[in-house]
Design a protein around this ligand. Structure first.
Ligand code: NAD
Ligand code: UDP
Length: 319
């Protein structure tokens, strides 16, 4: 019997490439579609000789593939605030045309579907911690709207394909996830702080650093994704770590783990930067029997070697 086949859009990205690994480990053949806008071939280099893995360099807004798949994971989209600010129109297209295309593939193949949504759907939340039933507080015309509204639209399209076309859909609301294979220059807080600390540069804390985030290590996130993939839950599910840190606390953890003598430098807070973010994961706990296992300190330690090597490679390239 042929193995089940999964399509992962955004498969050369940080999360997409880890998802490809997990699917292969679970017996799937995997097709990764990625236009390399923010992803890298290096993330999937180790899969090059795996006969069950195929990479197609293509925009997810275009027709994906010939042949059939059993599962579609739609992860293609710029994800960091710096990336989606640089690629605003592409981000809106990945969430709209890209989601339609991925859902059409699911519909044509009778495949199950999951879309990577985000805690950004809650915007700058007025409810804390955020439960899936909260509709959010999003500025529809601010600088983050290209991402937030694209994802909210993608959720609406996903629910519509479930309601009108009976596609077996899932909506995964991912909260800040970090780990090896993140781009070191995508501007997200963990790669920024880790690389700044390892280069001996000041850590750039935006605002007064009192805004909060809750950081999930990549192995926990992927385990949550795989568990959700096996369930027929069509309404959104939060997958993230519910331990909340201020950004200043996060900076201090990075300094401690890297042993760096870098200092903290305060810089202006970007517009509409959410003041607090923490997932309520009661639904994931009950539905999936899932909760994260890796705390921030351990996750930063597990990521240290990756960021150290990346910074060294950067130095070598500069020489
Ligand atoms: P990433 O930038 O590493 O990965 C995104 C991938 O999508 C990249 O490889 C990029 O080249 C690809 N891509 C972008 N537009 C594309 C297009 N039109 N066609 C084909 N490929 C395209 O980011 P990530 O952190 O791995 O995020 C993956 C998904 O998870 C995204 O949809 C993101 O919105 C979602 N997400 C991530 C986080 C997080 O904390 N990492 C949080 C919330 C949601
Ligand atoms: N941040 C920071 N310094 C940085 C990068 C980010 O203080 O060098 C802050 C940012 O303002 C936000 C938080 O860290 O409050 C998380 O930012 P990130 O870009 O990782 O993701 P977000 O959760 O905002 O999408």
């Amino acid at each position: 019997m042929n193995p089940r086949r999964a399509l992962v859009t955004g498969g050369a990205g940080f999360l997409g490439s880890h998802l490809c690994d997990a699917l292969l480990a679970n017996g799937y053949a995997v097709v990764a579609v990625d236009n390399l806008l923010t992803g890298r071939l290096a993330n999937i280099e180790h899969l090059r000789n795996d006969s069950r893995f195929e990479f197609i360099q293509r925009d997810a807004c275009e027709s994906h593939l010939r042949g059939s798949v059993d599962y579609v994971f739609h992860f293609a989209s710029p994800a960091s605030p710096v990336d989606y600010a640089a690629h605003g129109i592409e981000t809106l297209k990945a969430g709209s045309y890209g989601t339609f295309e991925a859902l059409e593939t699911s519909r044509r193949c009778g495949a199950s579907f999951m879309m990577a949504s985000t805690s950004e759907c809650y915007g700058d939340p007025l409810v804390h911690p955020q439960t899936e039933s909260y509709w959010g507080h999003v500025n529809p015309i601010g600088p983050r709207s290209v991402y937030d509204e694209a994802k909210r639209f993608a959720e609406a399209v996903t629910m519509a394909y479930h309601r009108y076309h009976k596609v077996d859909t899932r909506i995964l609301r991912i909260f800040n996830t970090y780990g090896p294979r993140m781009q070191i220059n995508d501007g997200r807080v963990i790669p920024n702080f880790m690389c700044q600390a390892l280069r001996g540069e000041n850590l750039t804390v935006y605002g007064d650093g009192s805004q909060t985030r809750s950081f999930c290590y990549v192995s926990d996130e992927i385990e949550g994704i795989m568990r959700l993939a096996r369930r027929s839950e069509h309404l959104p599910v939060n997958i993230g770590n519910p331990t909340e840190f201020t950004i200043l606390e996060c900076a201090r953890h990075v300094l401690a783990i890297t042993g760096s003598t870098s200092r903290i430098q305060f810089e202006p807070l970007p517009q509409d930067d959410p003041k607090q973010r923490c997932p309520d994961i009661s639904k994931a706990r009950q539905l999936l029997g899932w909760e994260p296992k890796v705390d921030l300190e351990s996750g930063l330690r597990l990521s240290l070697e990756y960021f150290r090597t990346a910074v060294q490679e950067e130095r070598t390239r500069a020489v």
